[in-house]
Design a protein around this ligand. Structure first.
Ligand code: GDP
Length: 314
């Protein structure tokens, strides 16, 4: 099988690449951003025509934390719409019958009932801090569903909760909360600082999934037989949540990161920074029924990620 892994150098793409190479049965096609700009329609069309992959895994996206989404909304919506429209359409136009599209749990309404089920999609207004990104990710699900309906292809989507792990972006401003705080606590512990600032009130609750679990779930879903996978009650909803089924508050996460990094000072909350959505926990029972549950516990995953961070980033 020739698999085009779009976004192979990102956090999720590189975790999927590790698992594909350990399995060693497929030929994996990759292109760096410099070699192929997936926002460019002509370049993407030429690539698909030249390489004719059998299967596509779409892990390429512009991603970032709450402030990056707030500050660069045009980049988040434009780049993601272009990448997904180009890749999904060119996959179809070049005979790809199986594709896996990676999305995000921010597709769900801000006030969706928790834990959020797949059928909560498009039932209410989105969280405003990442609405442009979420709209692009909803469009990708709908692209897949529409090509399935109109052309009978098998394009599936997975919607992961907040991901973390090796290869994450630890930038103090643009990153997501877990890597952002890991770096902040690390430097504070090294410097014996008295206080670390955590954004917002500390009360929002989030669910965190290790990227190696996400990679395993992605390959599990890609390989599910079709009959098993379609929801008989709604043939359009060809997407699945991926998470752990457990959430913790940002304050609890901060305490855990302080312990792992050895920070012994005080934790302060900066109420001028946005909290975002109050709670984001996925209902993962559909994927569990289809045979996959997460394996890596949060404390274990954070310790492993901190080890990687110290060796590769710090
Ligand atoms: P979200 O899950 O889309 O809201 O994205 P984030 O991972 O960026 O933020 C999650 C929550 O963590 C929000 O309530 C943030 O205010 C809070 N948070 C606390 N400290 C930080 C930090 O240093 N960086 C980020 N990105 N979020 C933080």
């Amino acid at each position: 099988m020739r698999i085009f892994l779009a976004g192979h150098s990102g956090m999720v793409g590189s975790a999927i690449a590790r698992q594909l190479s350990a399995r060693d049965v497929d030929e994996v096609l990759t292109r760096t951003h410099d070699q192929l700009d997936l926002t460019n329609q002509a370049a993407t069309a030429t690539f698909f025509a030249d390489e004719s992959p059998d299967v596509v895994i779409l892990a390429a996206a512009r991603v970032g934390g709450i402030l990056a989404n707030n500050d660069f909304p045009a980049d988040f919506i434009y780049d993601n719409l272009m990448i997904e429209a180009n890749v999904i359409h060119q996959a179809f136009a070049n005979g790809v019958t199986r594709l896996l599209n990676l999305g995000s749990s921010c597709i769900y309404p801000r006030d969706a009932a928790q834990p959020m089920r797949e059928d909560a999609l498009l039932t209410g207004p989105l969280e405003l801090t990442n609405e442009p990104y979420a709209i692009a990710k909803i469009a990708a699900i709908k692209l897949c569903e529409s090509y399935n309906r109109q052309y009978g292809v098998d394009y599936r989507s997975v919607m992961p909760t907040n991901l973390y792990g090796p290869g994450d972006n630890f930038d103090p401003i643009k990153s997501h909360v877990l890597p952002g705080l890991m770096q902040r606590f690390h430097y504070a512990a090294q410097a014996d600082a008295e206080v670390v600032e955590v954004w917002g009130s500390g009360t929002p609750r989030r669910e965190f999934l290790h990227v190696d679990d996400m990679a395993a779930a992605s390959l599990h879903v890609l390989n599910l037989p079709k009959a098993n996978w379609d929801d008989a009650t709604d043939p359009r909803s060809a997407f699945l949540n991926v998470g752990t089924g457990h959430d913790i508050s940002i304050a609890e996460l901060a305490t855990m990161l302080a312990e792992v990094t050895g920070f012994e000072g005080r934790i302060a909350f900066d109420a001028r920074k946005p909290d975002g959505t109050p709670r984001k926990l996925l209902n993962v029972s559909r994927l569990a029924e289809l045979g996959w549950t997460s394996k890596i516990g949060l404390r274990e995953g954070i310790a492993q990620t901190y080890d990687w961070y110290q060796k590769n980033v710090a």
